[in-house]
Design a protein around this ligand. Structure first.
Ligand code: C2G
Length: 131
């Protein structure tokens, strides 16, 4: 079993998220997604359109995802990697270098983001956010 983990809000699930999840799963044979709770999103100054419960429910339906757990704080990643016996930590490269401290515990991989799509762009385009 080669376990992969990734983190995020995954609001308004779109192709960029799916491509990240697909490539992350391909780095092993088990993918754990750690989804930001609504409370943690507030710490990230993010307001997700869908609740944690709904974002978790949606992710659990994605073929590449094996397990979904809550992300409640910035400093749970080392414990998550140890407790879940994780081999590979994956994030989009907008986070390049930010999680290199995990290299003491697992492989760290930053994948190129998918251009032209984001939850923020969707909200802008739908007129849900001020320009
Ligand atoms: N992503 C991507 N391409 C996009 C949009 C997002 O590859 N067009 C990736 C991001 O790089 C991230 C993942 O999809 O790896 C989830 O994106 P967000 O929900 O925006 O996650 P974020 O708010 O960056 O939360 O502790 C880490 C944070 O929870 C990351």
């Amino acid at each position: 079993m080669k376990k992969v983990i990734t983190y995020g809000t995954f609001d308004l699930l779109h192709k960029g998220h799916i491509r990240l999840l697909k490539r992350a799963k391909a780095l092993g044979n088990h993918l754990t997604v750690c989804v930001s709770t609504d409370e943690f999103n507030a710490l990230k100054n993010k307001h997700a359109y869908t609740s944690f419960e709904d974002r978790k429910y949606i992710l659990e339906a994605v073929r590449y995802v094996d397990e979904v757990i809550p992300e409640k704080s910035w400093n749970q990643k080392i414990d998550d990697v140890i407790d879940n016996h994780i081999d590979v930590f994956v994030m989009g490269d907008d986070w390049e270098g930010k999680f290199d401290f995990l290299k003491d515990y697992c492989k760290v991989v930053y994948l190129p983001r998918t251009e032209g799509i984001s939850s923020t762009k969707i909200k802008h385009d739908l007129g849900m956010k001020p320009k």
